[in-house]
Design a protein around this ligand. Structure first.
Ligand code: S3P
Length: 425
């Protein structure tokens, strides 16, 4: 797919539902008693992988353009899958479902695409084993495919070496099946959608600082969930409006949970003109409309406890830094190496191809802003966030940019290119 420099972006847009919240609505709905109704569900490939896995586990799920209905069977209502569970490209499906499968009275196996089969699973295998789970990497390399033999679980207090909502949520879900409370302490707080939503489903949780504790619970109850727009998807339009001169856009109904709003904080510190309008709260999740105007940006240091609150937005922050005056340093972000692609290497490779002054570090990147960017051939490495980052970078670069495997955006945002085109005047 090809992109060239754009005129000012104008107009109003609504981004699809939040990916993290959509996944959790299906999983928790499946484990609840009764029918959970979800509106504004993200029908991206990752969340559809979660639906397909739970169907294989015996859960009836109805899909229509307006809503998803999950006919939950309670905590002990899943049945043994008749074939291997396919998680596709989805790390969230893989890690969270393992926490659930660890407590079931049957054996399951799961696998996914090449990216999933090279992402680290020891981070969940180790603590789940400490809880009594039997979980095995079938290729003995700490990655999927995985075999999980359900067993009786015991609560632990796990000091996680990484701030990862996927690890935390996996253990909290396993904790629902344990015989005593389970706590997870993280080095800094990761997204807390599981804690918010599990509590609404009736689980007993305690959150203090960076520690979340779950108490074993006999039942969860079905809920109505309206999923707010995904700030990780809004990020591309925010970036595009900031770097294309003369732009002014309104992005409606974006989730602004403080464990996810790091991009807004960083953009503002870089000098961005972003106004929050119509702030409200739905099912415990805050959201707002975002008014974004193109702005003169300056470089900054991004690191420390803010990193988990913008982990998926760091590629687009690196792109923004190319248009900012001065140096931007991204540090404490070694997790970028184990996402859908190695996002440090892939960003450095592709931004360098466009003429940016960027170097990789052990835990991030250093970008010298101000060098004019030129179109190039961009290898997305089948990583949806890389493809979307370069689609917007290209709008403020000279010449033509070609993105390879551009359709990988279907993972989190099937209509992305159409929505982007609708803002270009
Ligand atoms: C997610 C957590 C993050 C994020 C991913 C979605 C989630 O991963 O990168 O896109 O839904 O819990 P980690 O928690 O592993 O950092």
């Amino acid at each position: 797919m090809k992109f060239t420099r754009a005129n000012a972006l104008k107009g109003t847009i609504t981004v699809p539902g939040d990916k993290s919240i959509s996944h959790r609505s299906v999983m928790f709905g499946a484990l609840a008693e009764g029918t959970t109704r979800v509106t504004n569900f993200l029908r991206g490939a990752d969340c559809l992988s979660t639906i397909s896995c739970f169907r294989k586990l015996g859960i009836e799920i109805e899909e229509s353009p307006q809503e998803i209905l999950i006919h939950g069977k309670g905590l002990h209502g899943l049945s043994a899958p008749s074939s291997i569970l396919d998680v596709g490209n989805s790390g969230t499906t893989t890690r969270l479902i393992c926490g659930i499968l660890a407590g079931q009275p049957f054996v399951s196996e799961l696998t996914g695409d090449d990216s999933i089969c090279s992402r680290p699973m020891k981070r969940i295998m180790d603590p789940l084993s400490r809880m009594g789970a039997r979980i095995e990497s079938l290729n003995h390399n700490g990655c999927a495919p995985l075999r999980i033999e359900g067993s009786s679980l015991h609560g632990i207090h796990y000091m996680s070496p990484v701030a990862s909502a996927q690890v935390k949520s996996c253990l909290l879900l396993a904790g629902l099946y344990a015989d005593s409370p389970t706590s997870v302490t993280e080095p800094s707080l990761s997204r807390n959608h599981s804690e918010i939503m599990l509590e609404r489903f009736g689980a007993r949780l305690d959150t203090r600082g960076t520690t979340a504790t779950i108490y074993p619970e006999p039942r969860l109850r079905a809920q109505e969930i309206h999923v707010p727009g995904d700030i990780s998807s809004a990020a591309y339009f925010i970036a595009a409006a900031l770097i294309v001169p003369g732009s002014e856009i309104l992005i409606k109904n974006v989730g602004i949970n403080p464990t996810r709003d790091g991009l807004l904080r960083v953009c503002r510190d870089m000098g961005a003109d972003i106004t929050l309008l119509n702030e409200c709260r739905d099912a415990g999740e805050p959201s707002a409309d975002l008014l974004v105007r193109s702005s003169a940006l300056h470089g900054m240091e991004v690191g420390g406890s803010i990193i988990p609150a913008l982990i998926d937005e760091l590629p687009v922050v690196a792109a923004l830094a190319c248009f900012a005056e001065g140096t931007t340093v991204i540090r404490d972000a070694q997790e970028l190496k184990v996402k859908e692609s190695n996002r440090i290497d892939v960003m450095v490779q592709n931004l360098s191809a466009m003429g940016a002054r960027i170097t990789a570090t052990d835990d991030g990147m250093v970008i010298e802003g101000g060098a004019p960017l030129n179109g190039a051939v961009i290898d997305s490495h089948l990583d949806h966030r890389i493809a979307m980052t370069f689609a917007v970078t290209a709008l403020a670069a000279g010449g033509e940019t070609q993105i390879l495997d551009a359709d990988c955006v279907r993972i989190s945002y099937p209509g992305f290119y159409e929505d982007l085109a609708s803002l270009i005047s």
